[in-house]
Design a protein around this ligand. Structure first.
Ligand code: SF4
Length: 174
C-alpha cells in the first residue's frame, strides 16, 4: 500500500521562516545598494526607492487579497499589509493572471545591480564588486528558490487555495 506523505500548511508561519525570507530580501537590497553606490549616492538612493516601491506593489497588489492578510505568512507580509491597507477580495488572488512580463519589475531588483556591477568591473576591476555580485546572484537564485521551494510556498495555505505565481514557477521548474 502506497502511503501518501501529507504536507501540512501553516495557519501562521513560524516567525523564524518569515525572518529568514526577509533576511534574504534585505540582503539583496543592501548588496544591490552597495554595488550601485559605486556610481554615486543618487543612483543607489533611486535603487533603494525602487526596492521600496516593489515591496509596496506586492502588499497593495497581492497581499491585500491573500489568505494570510492579517496573519504571519512565509514572508511576514500579511501582518504588515493589514496595518497599512484595507482587506481586499480573496477571489481576486486566485483569478489574478501572472506572467513573466508582469513579474519582470521584481527581477529588476537584482538585474539592475548586476548590470551596474558588470559595467563597474569593465571600467575598473575590483574583487569587492566580484564578491558582492557573486553573493547577490547566489541569494537571488539559490536563496529565493530555497525559501520558496522548501519553506514558504511549500507550507502555504494560499498555495492550496490557488496561487497563480506558484503555478507559474512550478510550470517552469518541470
Ligand atoms: S504559494 Fe508562495 S507565492 Fe503563493 S502566496 Fe504562498 S508563499 Fe506567496
Amino acid at each position: 500500500m502506497k502511503i501518501m506523505k501529507e504536507i501540512k500548511t501553516y495557519e501562521n508561519f513560524p516567525k523564524g521562516i518569515a525572518l529568514s525570507s526577509n533576511l534574504v530580501a534585505i540582503s539583496i537590497y543592501a548588496i544591490g545598494t552597495c554595488i550601485l553606490a559605486g556610481f554615486g549616492i543618487v543612483l543607489s538612493t533611486l535603487y533603494l526607492l525602487y526596492c521600496l516601491w516593489i515591496e509596496i506593489r506586492v502588499l497593495k497588489g497581492s497581499c491585500v487579497d491573500c489568505y494570510y492578510y492579517g496573519k504571519v505568512c512565509g514572508f511576514g507580509k500579511g501582518k504588515l499589509c493589514s496595518l497599512l491597507f484595507k482587506k481586499g477580495e480573496p477571489q481576486k488572488f486566485v483569478e489574478k493572471e501572472v506572467s513573466w512580463s508582469k513579474i519582470l519589475p521584481d527581477f529588476m531588483v537584482f538585474i539592475l545591480p548586476t548590470v551596474g556591477g558588470i559595467i563597474f568591473l569593465v571600467r575598473e576591476f575590483s574583487w569587492l564588486i566580484v564578491a558582492m555580485l557573486t553573493i547577490l546572484l547566489i541569494l537571488s537564485f539559490v536563496g529565493n528558490a530555497l525559501i520558496r521551494g522548501s519553506v514558504a510556498c511549500k507550507y502555504c495555505k494560499q498555495r492550496e487555495i490557488g496561487c497563480p505565481a506558484e503555478k507559474l514557477f512550478k510550470k517552469e521548474g518541470k
